[in-house]
Design a protein around this ligand. Structure first.
Ligand SMILES: C[S@@+](CC[C@H](N)C(=O)[O-])C[C@H]1O[C@@H](n2cnc3c(N)ncnc32)[C@H](O)[C@@H]1O
Length: 228
């Protein structure tokens, strides 16, 4: 049988360079201070849906990967008052912003955010009940998507849930604009991968439990929840 890493070799890259993590880190470091506006305008509805359908309960040990400026992270910390919430982001400025805002709003919460690369995370295997990750996979090279999904699988406990939010590919006009944006600034926009990721998740032994589409203004998102 074909190895899962080999299956992504045929994915269209839309001009995305194979190794672009360093450029991505720099560009997200630069935009960290203004990023909350974009997250609130285009992502907040999908964030809410992702928490609602995730099966998440207060008291869990939760990991959010690619927190950005921390809007979803604060949502998780607020809902997880009895638990522990850990966040990571490749950009040190994003991670610091997330950490500062969560500390200020929830000073007594067990919550911590640090700069970490999702492709290789410094956490023990099977140490989280739930992993959340919104709008990251678009930014990763195909083989890094596999590595990252495998990391999610590794750090989740048996029956733990992965909640993913991806940029939707169900609107032709939006897809055309996104393709152009991705060509102009691939390190910031990446390329859409929503239609290919579910199959990959299943190959990595995730079982998809929920599959929703959400729209905010003109911006489409797909929310997936899967069990390890
Ligand atoms: C499009 S933003 C999404 C932010 C947030 N999740 C949201 O929903 O608004 C993508 C984020 O992924 C982070 N990122 C990119 N590559 C990463 C990696 N390899 N590991 C961890 N975070 C990464 C970027 O720094 C950025 O903050």
């Amino acid at each position: 049988m074909e190895r899962v890493e080999e299956t992504v070799g045929v994915w269209p890259a839309n001009g995305l360079p194979a190794t672009l993590a360093e450029r991505t880190r720099r560009v997200y470091d630069l935009v960290a201070a203004v990023y909350p506006v974009s997250s609130m305008l285009f992502h907040s509805r999908a964030h809410r849906c992702s928490v609602d359908v995730s099966g998440f309960r207060d008291g869990m040990r939760v990991l959010e990967v690619a927190t950005g400026s921390g809007e979803m992270f604060r949502r998780l910390v607020r809902a997880n008052g009895k638990g522990t919430t850990i966040g990571v982001d490749l950009s040190p400025n994003m991670a610091a912003l997330t950490q500062r805002a969560a500390r200020r709003k929830f000073p007594r919460a067990r919550a911590h955010c640090q700069a970490v690369d999702a492709r290789q995370m410094p956490f023990r295997s099977e140490s989280f009940d739930a992993v959340f990750c919104c709008y990251l996979l678009e930014l990763l090279a195909a083989e890094d998507i596999v590595a990252t999904l495998q990391e999610f699988h590794r750090v989740l406990r048996g029956n733990g849930r992965l909640s993913l939010v991806l940029i939707g590919q169900n609107r032709a006009a939006f897809n055309a604009i996104y393709r152009l944006a991705g060509k102009l600034a691939p390190e910031f926009w990446g390329r859409q991968v929503e239609q290919r990721v579910p199959e990959l998740m299943e190959r990595i032994s995730f079982r998809i439990l929920q599959d929703r589409t959400v729209r905010q203004i003109f911006y489409p998102s797909r929310v997936l929840v899967a069990r390890k």
